[in-house]
Design a protein around this ligand. Structure first.
Ligand code: FAQ
Length: 311
């Protein structure tokens, strides 16, 4: 029975059918999705922290309103992604516990500090730009609830990316000090943004199987290259330089070739030793503890409503 089921499952995937929550699926497919979707959800939630740091210091009311909306969107993305993961039979509480205990991963990028206002521009331009490159193909991922969640998320990410690029453009057209601030932010965020796509294909444990299951539609290196090709001309338009002496356009392939990524740094950040890992988890734990009364009140309210409708 099992080999036949597996073969039929793969046929459905190959025929581009969406897999839905009540359909039969291999246990490893379910595990991979719970892992990827929950890591993605945690990234959105932890990703609110570096930018949250600048909400009270945004330079104008317009910038503040846009940043506030962006950070709220990220909270929303985290919530739809947790809901998509829950359709696979895991509870929100289990997922949150995995994040708070340090057992679950979230994107390496959110372990870097936001030192100046230009970092808000660089995050929108580069981090949201990388997120879009990775997430547009996920709108066609084989698991229905994840694919549908990604459609709305990508529309919002596109607004986030433009908001960031516009901050960079304004700084680059401003005073020499403002332009230097934009350059410094690019210098610090460029390499970590390239690491967001994950380890090189030769070292990626999950890519081959996730491509067969059409959970992933492109490999880590393919998406990284697409991102570099799309982003370098945007940086040149800003009049900025990239912190990579090996970056050059290859007219034969039409791609921008880039230098070696420091994978040692990536491994350190994943192991919990990035500049802000400890601070990020502490902030999440504190928020969870301080929000306990809201969860209790919501449960008490739900219980009362149930009682009322029971009469
Ligand atoms: N950071 O075999 P692979 C956002 C882990 S965007 C930390 O290649 P896979 C929006 C990986 O999990 C950011 N860990 O794995 C926003 C695995 O560990 P495991 C979130 C990483 O899954 C913008 C191991 O390394 N986006 O939040 C990273 O096939 C601005 C081996 O790697 C998503 O999550 C990393 N960078 O490919 C919010 C997108 N890379 O589980 C606020 C969905 C790899 O075995 C502000 N996810 N690892 O212990 C994906 O597309 C994939 O999961 C990849 C990794 C491509 C991230």
């Amino acid at each position: 029975e099992e080999p036949g089921r597996l073969a039929r499952f793969q046929e459905r995937i190959d025929a581009e059918e969406r897999i839905e929550p009540n359909d039969w699926m291999p246990a490893a497919y379910r595990r991979t999705l719970i892992r990827q979707i929950s890591q993605h959800a945690h990234s959105e939630i932890v990703g609110m922290l570096p930018e949250g740091n600048w909400i009270t210091r945004a330079p104008s009311l317009r910038r503040k309103a846009a940043l506030l909306a962006k950070v709220q969107d990220e909270g929303g993305h985290g919530l739809y992604l947790y809901a998509a993961a829950e359709t696979l039979g895991v509870t929100r509480e289990e997922l949150v516990d995995q994040l708070l205990s340090g057992a679950a991963k979230y994107s390496s990028i959110f372990n870097y500090p936001t030192l100046t206002w230009a970092d808000i521009g660089a995050i929108g331009w580069l981090v949201d730009g990388a997120a879009i490159m990775n997430q547009i193909p996920l709108c066609r991922t084989s698991y229905g609830p994840y694919a549908r969640a990604m459609i709305r998320i990508c529309k919002e990410e596109s607004f986030h990316q433009r908001q960031g690029y516009e901050i960079m453009l304004t700084l680059c057209r401003g005073t020499p000090e403002q332009k230097a601030m934009a350059q410094d932010a690019l210098n610090r965020w460029w390499w970590p943004a390239l690491m967001m796509f994950g380890p090189p294909d030769s070292e990626s444990q999950h890519t081959a199987q996730s491509m067969r299951w059409k959970i992933k539609r492109f490999t880590n290196d393919e998406l990284r290259q697409k991102f570099v090709d799309a982003t370098v001309p945007q940086g040149l338009y800003l009049g900025l330089t990239f912190p990579d002496p090996d970056l050059r356009f290859d007219p034969e392939t039409g791609h921008w070739r880039f230098g070696a990524i420091d994978w040692e740094e990536f491994r350190r950040v994943l192991a919990g030793h990035g500049p802000c890992n400890r601070e990020r988890l502490e902030a999440r734990r504190r928020a969870h503890a301080e929000g306990a009364w809201v969860r209790e009140a919501a449960l008490a309210n739900a219980a009362k409503r149930r009682q009322r409708t029971a009469y």
